[in-house]
Design a protein around this ligand. Structure first.
Ligand SMILES: [Fe+2]
Length: 258
């Protein structure tokens, strides 16, 4: 699966609009500054580095985050309808959704996911990206929270717990928050569960979009490899028009392969 340059561009516009609509100053301004500073990286980032995961294509990150924001707002309405205590704000919900996967960006200096250099892995395994070994290990939530504080963007206690636990029980590190049998140590808001449900649903839908069409082909797999790598079509003119402001050489190389 791949996004057109126009889709990538309009997704990024929607990403900014969510910040402007739901986040109040001074955090709104700081977030806009942050995402403008790292805009060239964020706009083209995949949501994951392997096709077997989700949205592992240029622009996949922002596409995923926007879907999680939309889903979180909708799912929140269902929780409200069923009586969930409203002891958190919509700003906290959206802030957590916008920044839940920020740690995937890497650190201030280095990107987490860089184009795969091993042609065999690219051709045979469909891995268009690989992890950047220049970055020391940190979990995605830890790195995201570090990036926020590094850029003087404050987050509330509710937001910290929601971002930290957004993978739910898929991440054993969350057991201490989510598997407690003592009432006093359970989360005090439903935010972590709402964000996790939104993230899980978005990732599932992204998986279905990517893979279910491939299973409909001969022998259960699509014969076309067009969508398996970045070397698909070459709509250079349209692409350049929509993303002409990209300065990074690395991104330009990646765009050339779109
Ligand atoms: Fe996510």
């Amino acid at each position: 699966m791949k996004l057109t340059a126009e889709q990538i561009s309009s997704n990024f516009e929607k990403f900014y609009n969510n910040i402007n609509e739901y986040i109040s100053d001074p955090r709104r301004e700081k977030l806009i500054d942050f995402y403008t500073k790292f805009g060239e990286r964020i706009i083209m980032m995949p949501a994951s580095h392997k096709k077997e995961y989700h949205n592992a294509f240029p622009g996949g990150y922002v596409d995923h985050v926007n879907r999680v924001v939309d889903a979180a707002l909708e799912i929140n309405e269902i929780w409200k309808k069923f009586g969930a205590e409203q002891n958190y704000t919509i700003e906290e919900l959206v802030f957590s959704a916008i920044n839940h996967d920020l740690g995937k960006m890497g650190d201030s200096e280095h990107e987490s996911y860089i184009p795969q250099t091993d042609q065999w892995r690219k051709d045979k395994l469909g891995e268009d990206y690989m992890h950047n070994k220049q970055i020391a290990f940190a979990s995605v939530p830890d790195r995201g929270l570090f990036l926020l504080q590094e850029h003087d963007i404050k987050y509330t206690f509710n937001e910290m717990v929601a971002i930290q636990t957004h993978d739910g029980l898929y991440d054993p590190a969350n057991d201490k928050y989510l598997k407690s049998y003592m009432p006093e140590t359970k989360p005090r808001t439903s935010l972590p569960f709402i964000l996790h449900q939104a993230d899980m649903m978005a990732a599932r839908v992204e998986f279905e979009k990517e893979w279910l069409p491939k299973f409909k082909g001969e022998n259960g797999l699509d014969k076309s490899k067009e969508n398996f790598t970045l070397n698909g079509n070459k709509k250079q003119a349209t692409k350049n028009k929509a993303l002409g402001s990209i300065k990074s050489e690395g991104l330009k190389n990646m765009l050339d392969k779109l």
